[in-house]
Design a protein around this ligand. Sequence first.
Ligand SMILES: [Zn+2]
Length: 329
Amino acid sequence: MRDKCEVKFIRPKAYVLSIIFSFMFFLGIQLYCINFGLNAESASGNMTSEKLVVLNFDDGRESQFVHAKPILDKYGFKATFYIVCNYVENKPGFMDWKEIKELYDEGNDIGSHSMNHAHLSKLSKKEVKFEVGQSKKCLEDHGIKVTSFAFPFNEGSNNKEIINSVSKYYELARTAGSPLTYLHCDGWKNQSDQNDCRTYTKNEDLTFANRYSIRGWSHDMSRIANSYTDDDLLKRFIQVVNTQTEYNKGEAIKAIPIVIYHRAGDNYAPNYNTDVDLFEREMRYLYDNNFHVISTRDLGYQEKGDYLYVKSPKDISLKGGIASVSNSN
Ligand SMILES: [Zn+2]
């Protein structure tokens, strides 16, 4: 009797377990399918419905910390701040190390903007080395990992000696002069017929576009050049950040805007400044329209194939180049 009872007891248990296992197996397949579906969707180009923008702040001005940072924080955006090392705690109106470290520790990217904001093309080789190399060391001495350089006055990216120096210390370097940057360096058809971002041609000449001449759009220079009001500049900003949709069709991110700010809410230079309200409207636009805001360190360089790519928010595959482009600043 006892054996019989035990058998009876075990049988229903095995039966229940088999139902549970079957259900779990079924659920597992469903989850796998859902997961695979999502991955397949993103890998097959869902990313192209997303827009990216790189935000840069040059010079390390105090107003960037006081006025722009709270707005960036409000929307959860991170940017790259390019610091002039000898301005820090030496020149009024510029950030101190505590503020720079706070930006860095909170996830912003810190880049070098030289030691003294000098015109690099007017310096000796030794002086260029100091401006370029020592400024990296200066930031590193404050516990900051630096991967990119921004040319003071946007000068020097067409100079072989300067690029040789920059390339020894940095992964990437940024200048200005274009609303969009083309990740395969193939979008500036009027200036170059290159199809990749290699730094030198076969004849050892510098190429027009390479990882040490990444072009951004100078927001404040655009105001001066075009005598824009805040409303005009907001319209132009919206236009610039959306120009990428023309290129980022199909499966790849091929072009992204890099927006460069200088002063933020700084009334000492009304034309070369971004008013706080305008900055708030621009960041709100990016937030409301689901832009992914990234910093320069989110860009990588693929040695095999010589092209730039976006490391985050996801690894995005890049295929092919683009046909043509015509953009003015
Ligand atoms: Zn500058």
